[in-house]
Write a protein that binds this ligand. Structure first.
Ligand SMILES: C[S@@+](CC[C@H](N)C(=O)[O-])C[C@H]1O[C@@H](n2cnc3c(N)ncnc32)[C@H](O)[C@@H]1O
Length: 238
């Protein structure tokens, strides 16, 4: 069904010749008003336009750029793990900053087109074998920074979605507890809601300084915030 719509656009780039007749006969158009509004907002979004111009794969890149401008957790030569990396915007930013002497290991449940200088592990981060593959890639080297922009697929049941998102955050913090370099940084997206206060408390116990940020590229209506935790106290404190 989706493919047929694409074909119609390609065949009639300036609009189908009988478009108005089709509209009259099929007044209930397939695309809902809200998805039409989303598309309009997306196309007009200055961050989407900027990402296209500057060669970033996602508007999300600018969230990481802004977080790092403020909190300075990425530096040349660092080793970085990027959880929930696809399509690769954060990995691009991280790679540009850490440079050839640094290392970026990215992972996502979805495939991601290759990025020069970025090692990609595809799989569900909730599964043990995926964690094992990330640990294999690290090969005993502790990363300086762990990033997580993971958001679970939404089910529409907000309590279940919130629980799923906190669970991913817990797994990310568990990875940090196992492998992050003492003094290292952890930056993660969190949706404010059930479990978020407890999560913040756990993060504050494990790091010297935790800031809650809302970058300009994060849509104001979204409950997402970014947690920037610096000064990892080491595995024993986690
Ligand atoms: C907002 S996107 C990340 C965007 C990315 N930071 C960028 O700049 O391009 C969230 C990602 O989390 C991934 N994700 C969700 N659940 C996951 C899981 N269980 N394991 C791995 N990745 C997951 C999704 O597939 C999605 O690509």
């Amino acid at each position: 069904m989706g493919a047929r719509i694409v074909v119609a656009f390609r065949v009639f780039p300036h609009g189908a010749p009988h478009a108005s007749r089709v509209r009259n006969r099929f007044p209930a158009v397939a695309r809902s008003k809200s998805s039409g509004r989303w598309l309009q907002r997306h196309v007009n979004d200055p961050y989407v336009q900027r990402a296209q111009k500057e060669g970033y794969r996602s508007r999300a890149s600018y969230k990481l750029v802004e977080l790092n401008e403020k909190d300075r957790f990425l530096r040349p030569g660092m080793r970085v793990v990027d959880l929930g990396a696809a399509p690769g915007g954060w990995s691009q930013v991280a790679r540009r900053i850490v440079g050839d002497k640094g290392r970026v290991i990215a992972t996502d449940i979805l495939p991601m087109d290759a990025l020069a200088g970025v090692t990609f592990v595809q799989g569900d981060f909730r599964e043990e074998p995926v964690l094992e593959r990330i640990l294999d890639e690290l090969d005993g080297d502790r990363p300086d920074v762990i990033l997580s922009d993971m958001s679970p697929n939404t089910s529409g049941v907000s309590s279940a979605d919130q629980a799923a998102s906190i669970y991913l955050l817990e797994l990310a913090l568990d990875l940090a507890g196992r492998v992050l370099k003492p003094g290292g940084a952890f930056v993660a997206k969190m949706f404010q809601g059930a479990g978020s206060d407890e999560y913040l408390k756990a993060l504050r116990a494990a790091f010297n300084k935790v800031s809650v940020r809302k970058p300009a590229a994060s849509r104001p209506q979204s409950r997402e915030v970014y947690l920037v935790a610096k000064g990892f106290r080491g595995p024993a404190a986690g």
